[in-house]
Ligand binder design. Structure first.
Ligand code: PFF
Length: 447
């Protein structure tokens, strides 16, 4: 049977950008900037994106497109059947776990979109909105229902295939997402007092930068670019051999960065305009912002737009993670697409349900001192993701043949710009990226 693939350059690009742009940009990036010293963090983040993450992204791209297989088979076949396939298996399992808890937060976005439509953010006091959030997350049923809805939509899109589902959805939703986030950013800048938020984002304070904030910046860059999860590899396996890997990778990294910055501009000036604390951590989007919406002119409409954006961003990312497992089950376990999606739906739903309940009825259950949600988040987003990225870049830099990488990166020597920069890329893949990842990761643990 012929393998499904992306139908056009633009389709592949928006799907890749859709995977990258997600909760990480709209939810995580603004609060991490807030916690880690504003612009200084952004500068380090940008350096990491281009010096470390882009070479890793390209490495994943090469592995996926070279093999034209799922992540497990890509490692197995390119390494000639060696133990590297276990790395491949890890990159299949991690996104399954992440989809599970990512879908819980996606479910929160569903609930908050519903709340925006029903004009729930009209409280005079922030404490009322804070309580609304904790009441919601700690209740057993509502978050579970929202998680189920989010995951079903994810599975439904993936079941329609690469061209007919993932690509089609991304082609419509990514431009819409851009327009919405841009519009909110512009509006946010018009609020009086917003300049303090802009200063906060763009005036660097390097005294806040230490090993921990560097580790946070790198972790965020990995997460935001969907690295170490087999996702880029899987999507790349559906990209046409004629496409330019350098162009597709750079365009994805730049769009992801742009979205993160625009999200920062959408959020921070508004937070400052109402004299609120920018460092409110994960609660920024679900506690601080709804309060901001309740106070600003036309806040009801802005709330609806914001939560539509959050939801769309989350879905275009969750489908990319979901596809990693689906591709594996179809190609390695010979399942039909619909059977593969059903199996994964059941697995992700169950793990996600545990994560969802860990904010309420299961909050006493501790794994390594954390609740279930934090445990999975820490294990996959901090440790396994970094490990996956490190092993992938080592695989490409030290296990694959240089001629093979050259051939894939330059499309058989036909893209002259790529021929010229190959030397630099090779150096970054072989030395800079692995060393930098190891150093930042370890110093973050020790600090
Ligand atoms: N990049 C996504 C975000 O920023 O929200 C999250 C993500 C998607 C991580 C896909 C990993 C992945 F495979």
């Amino acid at each position: 049977m012929r393998r499904d693939s992306f139908g056009s350059r633009f389709g592949a690009l928006v799907a890749l950008a859709g995977s990258a742009v997600g909760l990480g940009n709209l939810w995580r990036f603004p609060y991490l900037v807030g916690e880690n010293g504003g612009a200084a963090f952004i500068i380090i983040y940008i350096v990491f994106v281009f010096l470390i993450c882009l070479p890793i992204f390209i490495s994943e791209f090469i592995v996926g497109r070279r093999s034209q297989k799922n992540a497990f088979a890509a490692f197995r076949d390119l390494s000639g059947g060696s133990g590297w396939r276990w790395v491949g298996l890890m990159t299949v399992i991690v996104p399954v776990v992440v989809t599970s808890y990512y879908s819980v937060i996606g479910g929160w976005a569903v609930e908050y979109l519903f709340k925006s439509f029903t004009f729930s953010f009209t409280a005079e006091a922030q404490s009322v909105i804070d309580t609304m959030f904790s009441d919601f997350t700690s209740s057993p049923w509502r978050p579970l229902i929202c998680h189920t809805a989010f995951l079903c939509v994810t599975a439904l899109i993936v079941v329609m295939g690469i061209k007919g589902g993932i690509e089609k959805f991304s082609k419509i939703m990514m431009p819409l997402l851009f327009v919405i986030v841009m519009a909110i950013a512009v509006y946010s800048l018009t609020l009086s007092g917003s300049h303090k938020g802009v200063e906060y984002l763009f005036r660097p304070d390097f005294s806040k930068i230490d090993a921990k904030s560097c580790a946070a910046a790198l972790g965020q860059a990995f997460f935001s670019l969907s690295l170490g999860f087999g996702t880029i590899m899987t999507y790349a396996s559906y990209v046409d051999k004629k496409e330019n890997i350098m162009f597709q990778s750079t365009a994805t990294a730049v769009s992801d960065l742009m979205f993160a910055l625009i999200a920062g501009i959408a959020v921070m000036p508004a937070v400052f305009a109402f004299g609120l604390d920018p460092q409110s951590g994960p609660g920024l989007v679900f506690e601080t912002l709804p309060y901001v919406f309740s106070q600003m002119p036309a806040g009801g409409l802005v709330a609806i737009l914001f939560f539509i954006a959050l939801l769309v961003a989350a879905i275009t990312s969750s489908i990319s993670m979901f596809e990693v497992g689906v591709a594996y089950l179809i190609e390695e376990k010979k399942m039909s697409r619909i059977a593969a999606c059903s199996v994964l739906l059941a697995v992700c739903w169950s793990v996600g349900a545990l994560c969802s309940l860990s904010f309420g009825p299961l909050s006493n259950v501790r794994l390594a001192g954390m609740n279930i949600f934090d445990f999975f988040d820490n294990l996959s987003s901090n440790i396994l993701m970094t490990l996956g990225s490190l092993l992938t870049v080592l695989f490409v830099g030290w296990r694959l043949k240089k001629t093979e990488i050259y051939d894939e990166f330059t499309n058989g020597g036909t893209i002259s710009a790529n021929v010229r920069i190959f030397g630099i890329l090779w150096f970054l893949i072989r030395y800079v990226a692995p060393v930098a990842v190891a150093v930042v990761f370890l110093s973050g643990i020790i600090a």
